[in-house]
Design a binder for this molecule. Structure first.
Ligand SMILES: *Cc1c(COP(=O)(O)O)cnc(C)c1O
Length: 231
């Protein structure tokens, strides 16, 4: 488990170094540890090493680990089916992957039932990959307006992007730049339920480029816990 601590310390150093180089304060970029496929024991080791936020991409994994993991903020980062929203609405701090009006309406309905405001990010499919979920860049503005008009229990906190996998992460810089531009543009909307705080971009192999392009939340799995073993 020592290796988990070492990896986290290494990532934090690197992250703060790039953050400072891009003219921001160290600590301005949040590290979310992506814990899919990991055991509660591994996750707790990460929390002991300073992790405050964890990300899962499956509802089932959140439910099965929720009671076994020390207090931490849970992030839903994967594609979310509408029929599963009810299981996690009271457990997660932020849903990164809102990509349809149908999903937004269901989140809104469940949040209202619990008497809470749910914080969400809009997932943008900047590279227009068929294999990925998300709203096209050009549709982001209309989608945001739709949610603000129709979902009284949702607060829009920013944007999320999963870049295509490229051997050279330099090749995805353009997508990060594009989503950052959208982030700046729509953060200016004056509305009580829009309050941009998170630009969620960057994974193990491309997080450094993402931070350089303005990300303030990176989602890191492999570089903390090692390669995943899907059973
Ligand atoms: C798995 C996953 C990550 C982390 O990927 P690594 O390459 O292991 O760092 C980040 N974001 C999402 C949405 C994921 O599903």
């Amino acid at each position: 488990m020592d290796i988990i601590r070492q990896n986290i310390e290494h990532i934090n150093r690197k992250k703060d170094e790039i953050t400072i180089r891009t003219g921001r304060e160290p600590g301005e970029v949040l590290l979310v540890a992506v814990t899919k496929t990991r055991t509660a024991e591994e996750i707790n080791a990460a929390i002991d090493a300073g992790i405050t936020d964890i990300g899962e991409n499956k509802v089932q994994e959140i439910i099965s680990k929720y009671e076994k993991v020390k207090p931490v903020r849970w992030h839903m980062i994967g594609h979310l089916q509408t029929n599963k929203v009810k299981y996690i609405i009271d457990k997660v701090y932020l849903i990164h992957s809102v990509d349809s009006m149908k999903l937004a309406l269901e989140i809104d309905k469940r949040a209202a039932q619990f008497g809470i405001f749910m914080d969400i990010l809009i997932q943008v499919n900047a590279a227009k990959e068929d294999s990925k979920f998300g709203i096209n860049s050009e549709e982001t503005g209309d989608f945001i307006k739709d949610i603000l008009e129709n979902c009284k229990n949702i607060r829009i906190r920013g944007l999320m992007c999963i870049a295509p996998f490229k051997d050279d992460p330099e090749d995805v810089r353009v997508y990060f730049r594009e989503v950052k531009e959208l982030y700046v543009r729509y953060s200016g909307i004056n509305h009580p339920r829009l309050d941009f705080k998170y630009l969620s971009m960057g994974m193990s192999h491309d997080s450094e480029i993402a931070i350089m392009e303005g990300s303030n939340l990176i989602r890191i799995g492999t570089a903390i816990f090692g390669e995943r073993n899907y059973k």
